[in-house]
Design a protein around this ligand. Sequence first.
Ligand SMILES: Nc1ncnc2c1ncn2[C@@H]1O[C@H](COP(=O)(O)O)[C@@H](OP(=O)(O)O)[C@H]1O
Ligand SMILES: [Mg+2]
Length: 244
Amino acid sequence: MSDAALARHLAMQAGRLLLDLRSAGNCTGKSLGDLGDREANSLILAGLREERPADFVLSEESRDDPRRCGGSRVWIVDPLDGTREYASGRDDWAVHVALAVDGRPFEGAVAVPARDRVYSTDLAMPVPVKRSTRPRLIVSRSRCPDLALHVAERIGADTLTMGSAGAKAMAVVDGDADIYLHEGGQYEWDNCAPAAVAMAAGLHASRVDGSPLIYNCADPLLPDLLICRRELAASVLQTIASLR
Ligand SMILES: Nc1ncnc2c1ncn2[C@@H]1O[C@H](COP(=O)(O)O)[C@@H](OP(=O)(O)O)[C@H]1O
Ligand SMILES: [Mg+2]
């Protein structure tokens, strides 16, 4: 199985497990979120251990192994992105499985199980046709950064809100939004698979200063992100720079 197919397979399996856990109804709220995080993590890590025993793993839900910093191939996993949305019965949550090679997002998959969707670097994802004259900028529903609101005002964009970094990035892949902008905090597991998939879909993905997204750093904090249609990248990055 290729790396991308493995990422897709594990993201889908974990997604199915998360849907089953939620519909079983044995727990709700924070305990459901905690259980989902734990179980999905175990499933993905067991799959990676079996299929890619020589690779390192960085997961939101596992103790960090500092030896990964000396490794070339590192799987970066968020077993449940949008935990609070999952636990509250919403459909905007995702499973992220990515492979970074020498710090770059190389392959990856994002499953959005409650919408029955999976996106992966090995699936054809044509850039969607532009659907509206005013750009649509999608932001976190619970932690909307001021920067995004200022950019929206300057470029004349409408704002949409959604939970989960993966679900928002895939909304841009699907053409339901044109720009996803975040700052103020995220970790490598929140955005590695979304960035890998977005780039494979022909979209722009970078830090908000335009620099490349670099993964497998000793400190996994990667606090800001811009994913957007390529033709909008220069104007969004210039607008951000002018607001600094
Ligand atoms: N300011 C911040 N600091 C730390 N993590 C943040 C953050 N803003 C967003 N995130 C993380 O990014 C993911 C998407 O957030 P949002 O839905 O707000 O866009 C969530 O991951 P988890 O659900 O895996 O914890 C959330 O914890
Ligand atoms: Mg996350």
